[in-house]
Ligand binder design. Structure first.
Ligand SMILES: NC(=O)c1ccc[n+]([C@@H]2O[C@H](COP(=O)([O-])OP(=O)(O)OC[C@H]3O[C@@H](n4cnc5c(N)ncnc54)[C@H](OP(=O)(O)O)[C@@H]3O)[C@@H](O)[C@H]2O)c1
Length: 280
């Protein structure tokens, strides 16, 4: 048997990936803590329960790896999974990582190195997701309730990318085992965009007035914590805003175009596809 185990298969990136793979005739098994709600060909998988790793991998020859979310130290859970994947004979492993290395989270770098060392291991270093502007992300909740983006990132730009383009890029790598892939791709949208520019685009596209309130890193961390994020992760994520403000994270690549043959979606296209989010 062969097919792709899609961890995070019920999430924003994973569920699009599952659709794309199935449309291409590739078997995709959805890994979820709640497989009964995850549609056909789903299996129970919980990072916090290593006994679920083996059955999820059984019979699969490729893996899309979404590391434990909201964690500053994912390696202790991912490392045993990688060992099991190697024993199971996995022939391609694609991990969704991040373009931004979270401060105070050193194991993410080591985890990416271990993934690249797997047979045909690939790390996708994704920029900020445009889907952060959709609820239930705290950024989007705030826009919805108050018409306001609260940020410590100032006018700093990020190469925002649509999760659908990340999924399409991963699908190419997972569908074609023979392709001459690199072990690392920076996955971004077509150009850098600041929060004030995002607010302008939403207003221009939908008529919803969105303003930007500039806050401190401490206020940003408190807001993330209040939204339910673990405190250490919230602090780390808020510190990222400082890096964005300096312009250090303003980078774009051609990886989506190179891998899929299609240019990545612009933020204007994204807003137009989800206009209901701001008009209701
Ligand atoms: N948002 C950004 O700007 C950004 C930028 C770069 C990288 N990233 C990375 O992207 C990832 C999030 O991707 P996404 O937005 O596609 O996912 P998502 O929509 O946040 O969904 C999270 C997925 O993780 C699964 N999950 C949660 N806890 C789990 C656990 N204990 N065991 C197994 N599975 C678990 C959920 O499945 P069930 O609930 O069905 O179990 C769900 O499928 C994060 O790792 C983040 O670091 C995000």
């Amino acid at each position: 048997m062969s097919g792709v185990l899609v961890t995070g298969g019920t999430g924003q990136t994973g569920r699009t990936l599952v659709q794309v793979l199935r449309n291409d005739g590739v078997q995709a098994r959805v890994a979820s803590r709640n497989p009964a709600a995850a549609g056909p060909d789903a299996i129970r998988f919980d990072w916090n329960d290593p006994t679920t790793y083996g059955p999820a991998l059984d019979g699969m020859d490729r893996v899309f790896l979404l590391p434990p979310v909201d964690s500053v130290d994912p390696l202790p859970l991912v490392e045993p999974f990688l060992h099991q994947a190697q024993r199971a004979g996995i022939r391609r492993l694609v991990m969704l990582g991040s373009a931004i290395v979270l401060p105070n989270a050193p194991s993410a770098v080591e985890m990416a190195a271990q993934v690249r060392a797997q047979p045909r291991g690939v790390v996708l270093r994704a920029s900020g997701f445009m889907q952060n502007f959709l609820r239930p992300h705290p950024l989007a909740e705030h826009i919805h309730r108050l018409g306001e983006i609260r940020t410590a990132a100032g006018d700093g730009k990020l190469g925002w990318v649509d999760a659908r383009d990340i999924a399409a890029s991963a699908a190419v790598l997972l569908a074609d085992l023979d392709m001459d892939a690199r072990s690392d791709y920076l996955i971004t949208g077509p150009h850098g965009m600041s929060y004030p520019q995002a607010a302008q685009i939403i207003t221009a596209q939908t008529g919803r007035q969105v303003r930007v309130e500039r806050i401190t890193e401490e206020e940003q961390a408190a807001a993330y914590r209040a939204s339910g994020m673990p405190a250490q992760f919230a602090d780390s994520l808020a510190a990222v805003e400082r890096a964005i403000k300096t312009g250090r994270e303003d980078q774009v690549s051609t990886a989506v175009l190179d891998l899929t043959g299609h240019p990545p979606r612009t933020f204007t296209e994204f807003v137009s596809d989800h206009a209901d989010e701001w008009t209701q």
